[in-house]
Ligand binder design. Sequence first.
Ligand code: FAD
Length: 383
Amino acid sequence: MRYSDFPYVIAGAGITGCTLARCIAEETGKRVLIVDRRNHIGGNCHSRLDPQTGIEVHSYGTHVFHTGEKRVWDFLNRFCEFNSYRHKVVTLYKGRTYHMPVNLQTINSFFGISLKPHEVDEFIRLKSSRENITDPQNLEEKAVSLIGRELYEAFVKGYTLKQWGRDPRELPAEIITRLPFRHGYECDYFTCRYQGLPWNGYADLFEKMLDHELIEVTLETDFFDIRKEIPEESTVFYTGPVDRFFDYRHGELSWRSLRFEYEVKDVSDYQGTAVMNYADIDIPFTRMHEYQHLHPERGNKSGKTVIAREYPEAWQQGDEPYYPVNTAQDRQRLELYRQETSKLENIHFAGRLGCYRYYDMDKAVLAALELCNAVFQGHDNCK
Ligand code: FAD
């Protein structure tokens, strides 16, 4: 490989890196090298076909595309069509199922009543004012002050404890500003205009994004192993962890990790929905995924189904980082790293790892499109 042939190098072939690669190739007409240390493109949005059932399985948790941004929708629709899947989440608590976010079905079945939509606000107000919390000091107090103790104990407490590995009384109140609930029976999880799953799967989407004569892809290659060979005048877009780029000189940024336990079940449909939340504290996983439901248009001819249990885990270096924890110490360290990135010429930091930020897919695409525009106009909004 002659690295001097590539004026642009991208570290990381996730949705951010793929968007950048395509934009740079089209905008500049120059060659782009994109490297990833994994053996596949697509980063955490990667999916694969399960060999036993032919069902498309998401390798890093269920990924449902949703956006209100027409610019992002139009960009991705150049490479794929989306199906008409609408995400619905069901929560299991003490052996009974409820819609999530909380809606009229949740409230009525949970309390065994039959409220009308116009009665919901007053009902919740009476519940949430019972403990008279005017200045909530932690997440538990904040949630109770918003939805009342019963709904908090059922739907927030156990799930939050498992997700973050900490008691909600130890978490800051600021984590939540509101807990959405719906006054009617509507149960679509997302309300944005454009939604769905890539018709031919995520792998096909990313292959098409990178299918350009000016883009070269190299997998199983760590950017730091080739860094010295990249000419100084090349422009680098780095979408790996920002702290690793600086050899953790200001300390590690903390993450929460996940473990997925996959299983093929010998039934055609195991839970009737793509994602079921498990709110009980004594069940160690937070969610169960059943991937066939993401593509109802495909049907399931195998007579079997693939499920995955999602277990939140503590993170340490070497584990897969999933959710930025974003403690006060993390924010201080990030600020120090940002000061370093702003001093660098020809290197731009992007994506969820490069910016240490939770991005939904559409926001990752939008940020990459904007970064691309901005870099070629001399202003980088990620620094
Ligand atoms: P990544 O996907 O992490 O890609 C970064 C790539 O860089 C990786 O492939 C990595 O291997 C590579 N890399 C890192 N360091 C190096 C290095 N040194 N050298 C070479 N390569 C390197 N969003 C939605 O819109 N809908 C959803 O339903 C949804 N579900 C989610 C579920 C979970 C459990 C999580 C955690 C996130 C979910 N997201 C969802 C968010 C989505 O995963 C992100 O928006 C997306 O992954 C961001 O892409 P990225 O390219 O920035 O990062």
